[in-house]
Design a protein around this ligand. Structure first.
Ligand SMILES: [Zn+2]
Length: 416
């Protein structure tokens, strides 16, 4: 398994987790690895203005329509993430191509391996930056001025890495792509219970990020009587519990995973607690209703302590329903179960632009964004085999081009 080639890159010695935020040293090393993986079999490496990497396996014949099949995922990670989220899709894409080439298979259309930049949004706070810039869903002005924890803007960071922030924006490379299939480790346990190594995605839940600023009054932890305090930590804590209760009741998800406390002293009552809520639900109205209920509970809790809370929406990703024809075609071909996901992906972003699909590989722990994330070697191999079958199906040898044209025609009709 060539995933082993990446095992040491960005791995934290103490936590065992991966720290591969966008444009970090680890990310740069992964980009070099990608270039090498493309170069060895003679694929043509292209990087668009946003830092997204593409490795083209050119078609030998070339049909009437050169729309390429894109496979791949991302290489960046959340802080202390697992080894599979992202890299499994990229590594499996190279492995599937390698497998097909050794069998003498030549696609009639280009097959492209992609590595989308900054999928996790761990450093600058916006997810799927590379794919969103490439499709035009995100304007460069919305991200270039954002700062990381060290106060450096994205523009400064990419310039230091020899890239031109002026080049950010819609990607001409996508003009040559007709379909995207992203393989990804499953971030849940549906495949464990269905007893299948590989599944096909039906939809991505809508999800968003909100910032909650709880403001109170700093004071001495010893000299201030309990009754005299305006401690914003209390409303924050009550809100965390309320979010859990409300999300559980709604069959949704709510998470507070990030917190900043001022002045952040052990013996000081905080003046401000800044927290971030990640919330997801099956539909957008259900998500808005959940966040509204959390807001009300936060305001009630704050009012009870003489503190205040302000809620600001930082991002919102709408629901994604993957192309039904493509989804059903792959599920039938692979004899794979169809399942929804609560996680966002680049395939969701590209689905607004072209037929897109996702393959999930079984993760027995069900855990993701953690070192506990796992997929067995056998299941990873099943994923590579599935991806190779998808390439044969969607970028077939020249004599079976009609089936690919049928897919594209069907999509054009379906979206009118
Ligand atoms: Zn991912």
């Amino acid at each position: 398994m060539i995933l082993a080639e990446l095992a040491a890159i960005g791995r934290h010695r103490k936590t065992g987790g991966y720290r591969r935020s966008a444009w970090s040293d680890a990310d740069m090393e992964l980009r070099e690895w990608f270039a090498g993986a493309a170069g060895a079999p003679g694929l043509e490496l292209v990087e668009d203005g946003n830092g997204n990497q593409f490795a083209f396996w050119r078609a030998s014949a070339g049909g009437p329509d050169q729309s390429a099949l894109l496979i791949g995922s991302h290489l960046d990670s959340v802080p202390d993430g697992g080894a599979y989220d992202g890299p499994l899709g990229v590594v499996s894409a190279f492995a599937a191509i390698d497998h097909l080439r050794r069998t003498g298979f030549e696609p009639a259309r280009p097959v492209v391996v992609g590595n989308f930049t900054d999928e996790e949004g761990a450093r600058f706070g916006i997810a799927c930056v590379g794919s969103q810039l490439a499709t035009g869903a995100l304007n460069p002005d919305q991200v270039l001025g954002r700062t990381d924890a060290d106060g450096r803007t994205l523009a400064e960071v990419v310039r230091a890495r020899g890239r031109d922030p002026e080049a950010f924006g819609p990607s001409a490379v996508l003009d040559s792509i007709g379909t995207f299939v992203e393989l990804h480790v499953e971030q849940g346990r549906s495949l464990v219970t269905s007893d299948s190594a590989v599944g096909v995605a039906s939809a991505i839940w809508p999800h968003g990020r909100w910032r909650l600023d709880f403001a109170g009054e700093a004071n001495h932890a010893g000299a201030t009587a309990m009754a005299d305090r305006h401690d914003p930590m209390l409303a924050y804590a009550a809100t965390v519990l309320a979010a859990r209760e409300l999300a559980t009741r709604a069959g949704a998800r709510a998470t507070f995973g990030r917190l900043r406390v001022e002045p952040n002293g052990v013996n000081a009552i905080p003046s401000r607690v800044r927290s971030w809520l990640d919330a997801r639900a099956e539909t957008e109205p259900a998500l808005q209703a959940l966040v509204q209920e959390i807001r009300l509970r936060a305001e009630d809790a704050a009012a009870a302590d003489g503190t205040a809370v302000e809620l600001t929406q930082e991002s919102m990703s709408p629901a994604v329903r993957f192309d039904a024809r493509l989804r059903d075609r792959l599920a039938t071909q692979l004899d794979a179960p169809v399942l929804p996901t609560g996680a966002g992906h680049d395939a969701g972003v590209l689905s607004a632009r072209m037929p897109a699909a996702m393959l999930f590989v079984r993760n027995p722990t069900g855990v993701s964004h953690s070192p506990a994330e796992f997929a067995s070697d056998d299941d990873c191999t099943a994923g590579v085999d599935a991806l190779a079958a998808v390439i044969r199906e969607l970028a077939p040898a020249e004599d079976s081009l009609r089936s690919f044209d049928g897919l594209r025609t069907g999509q054009a009709q379906g979206t009118q």
